[in-house]
Design a protein around this ligand. Sequence first.
Ligand code: EPU
Length: 417
Amino acid sequence: MKVLEINGGRTLEGTIRISGSKNSSVALIPAAILADSEVTICNVPEITDTDALTEILDYLGATVKRASESIVIDPTTIVNKEIPEEMSSKLRASYYFMPVLLAKFGHVEMYFPGGCSIGARPIDQTLKGFKALGATIEEQENRYIIHANRLIGAHVYLDMPSVGATINTMLVAVKAQGNTIIENAAKEPEIVNVATFLNNMGARITGAGTSEIRITGVEKLEGCYTEVIPDRIETGTYIIAGSLAGNHLKIDNIIPEHVEMLILKMQEMGVDIEVGADYVIVSKTTSLRPVKIKTQGYPGFATDLQQPVTVLLTQCEGESILEETVYENRFKNVRYLNQMGANIDVFEKKIKIHGLTELTGNQVEATDLRAGACLVLAGLIATGTTTISNIGPVLRGYEHLVEKLTEVGASISLKEV
Ligand code: EPU
């Protein structure tokens, strides 16, 4: 079994360059199928989630070439066949193949997707979008048979601004006949990235990044070139690392606006942070003030940064409150932080963090991706050695995590035990 071993207490200095966004890439790769010729996606991170999707593309018969940071996909040889459950259950984003195969072939058979166990994560809003555009859906336990002789644009109102349902509805609507309006759409930057990609192919989408997206269907989409935006969650994670252990640590190649809420909260705490055009420079600061944070869809405080920021709240002097409004089960990291010396009480949807507490190295487990990121951050400031087991989820989301942290002075390594 592989574990991550961290010897805490090192100062982080130098520059961390942020990779392409996981949550954009995992939608862009399946979206490539919609084109009728070769597409190039640049700045794709080398993480296990993107590997899993390129395996699915291979399985479906596409030609995929990986050249350092880019992926070139020729989808012209794709055949429509059921994606085996062991492939689709590896990650949430496998369900982006549902709309693209439906739009291309009028029929798709697929299993319920996988993903971190942080809540129930139903897909009812995605299915609602498909039905509104004219698809019929047969549900057999965790398998879906979706069919449409003709897809016709429609008015879709999402019950909640779901990222996945917004992207899935967009991916079907680009090739449906007529106009689609998605209301109460999610506004995350990844949605804008996907819409730009589709428009580069020849789609007609306006309003991405607002709560109302309008799409006029087109018959044909052509190959094109696109670039993945910087990963805002990786950005936030390393900014937090800098605030915990940095000495003028530079987080480079970022879009600061995408992490504005985190930066505002850090400024409220009193963190020493300088914001540039495409970078921030951040240092460890003492005498931090406690704050209240509530997770929300973009541009609110990202749920994916909730677990990582908890470590910083353990270093604030006084009681901080963190409320999770997106997922029902995203506090699995707390047990391990408390084991390391934190003083955190868990209520149903809230945690209360009583700071400041010193953290001590311990044996902990990455129960999910961002819980793992939280424990890496805790390990960086804990005295002694922290050993994190079940590191698979962490490697799904952070490109070259060990190399990037080692480069700026952390003592972190992957060990076989
Ligand atoms: N929801 C429903 N029904 C639906 C869809 C969503 O009830 O049909 C609920 C979910 O259960 C959840 C909330 O709505 O409580 C938000 O879910 P959303 O659909 O927005 O999330 P997602 O598309 O499944 C993406 C990211 C997540 C990130 C969320 C929120 C990908 C592959 N995943 O998930 O990323 O937390 O948006 O921003 O893009 C991560 O990177 O660690 C991660 C979990």
